[in-house]
Write a protein that binds this ligand. Sequence first.
Ligand code: AMP
Length: 397
Amino acid sequence: MLVFILNAGSSSLKYQLMNPVIKKVFASGICERIGIDGVLSHEFGDKKLKVDANLPTHKEAIELVLRTLTVGEGKVIDSIDNIQAIGHRVAHGGESFKSSALVTDKVIKEIEELIPLAPLHNPANVLGMKICQELMPKTPNVAVFDTVFHQTMPDYAYMYALPYDQYEKYQIRKYGFHGTSHYYVSNEARGMLDKKRNTRIVVCHLGNGSSVTAVLNGKSIDTSMGLTPVQGLMMGTRSGDVGAGAIQYMMKQENLTIDEISELMNKKSGILGISGKTSDLREVLDGMQEGDDRCRLAVDMVAYNIKKYVGSYVAALDGIDALCFTGGIGENSALIREIVCTGLDGMGLVLDPIKNNRKRNDSRDIATNSSSARIFVIPTNEEYVIANDTYEVVTKS
Ligand code: AMP
């Protein structure tokens, strides 16, 4: 089964061609600057290809990707007819979707109805589906949602303490995101644990976007992102949790519109806002080494925020069997892992500094042998979850 995975953003489009049955990736890449000019970066085997192109819309971008996969230097398949299914990453499934879904007109309509909850992402996701239907009319499309894994949260965890009619009228509640990553990592962690039942796992997905999830017996019971991804941890450019009073005060003082405050909190805050330099943690760590105190503050805030969420989710789970780190920061920054885990011995989490500092890129246990709970670093694989769900939906339909 050859699955084409698409992650369509507002001006970019990531793709992968994968056989989920044997977990083999044939090609992957990204089209960027769609609507501006256009560039395609394509990887196949150990080779890389860069193509400058005119990509006025997502349609030209998908056409270019399909052409690159089938002809010329970057070719990996003879024809687009070899693609048996297409899996689309969809940002927001609201309460309508409790699992991945075969794309039909009704499903597209339901995803469109959720656009107010994800105004930047859902329109691009739907566009990707419609273009694929047009270019490959015989190939089934499947929608895989970032929110679905968190649909198991109990009501007392997902409700905001606002007037109840806000939930009834507008479905204002916590949804959570990064679901495919939290599912993949917690599932891997369950496999790595000695016990397979009653597992209490906290997953820290730490990248440019970051979230923490409490997973009980394989099900999400709480997560740090909310109605939108801006809630929870401090991220690359997102603020994470900020008191509502501070938001109202900023809007009043600076006479900000809804769009302006949203831009401020989603694009100009987080690591970028505090460091004043960059949203990239590696660069902030370098700045800290060079004595920049704002970089030091950003690093301290990032780690402290994660630690607070870990502690609160250990309480929500009535204990912990495994703490997992994933994402660009979680997989690569031994320092952040060390700061987060320092002092958590009382919760049964004891980090082994030697294992933590070993540079490896496979799944591994970095807790001491005597630690009662495990600490895992697990490289995430969201594309695999999308491809595998697509395969299962298509073969069962
Ligand atoms: P992602 O969004 O998962 O690709 O993660 C991107 C983030 O991971 C950026 O903030 C990077 O600076 C950070 N990152 C990647 N490698 C490292 C590293 N070796 N040390 C610290 N941060 C890293």
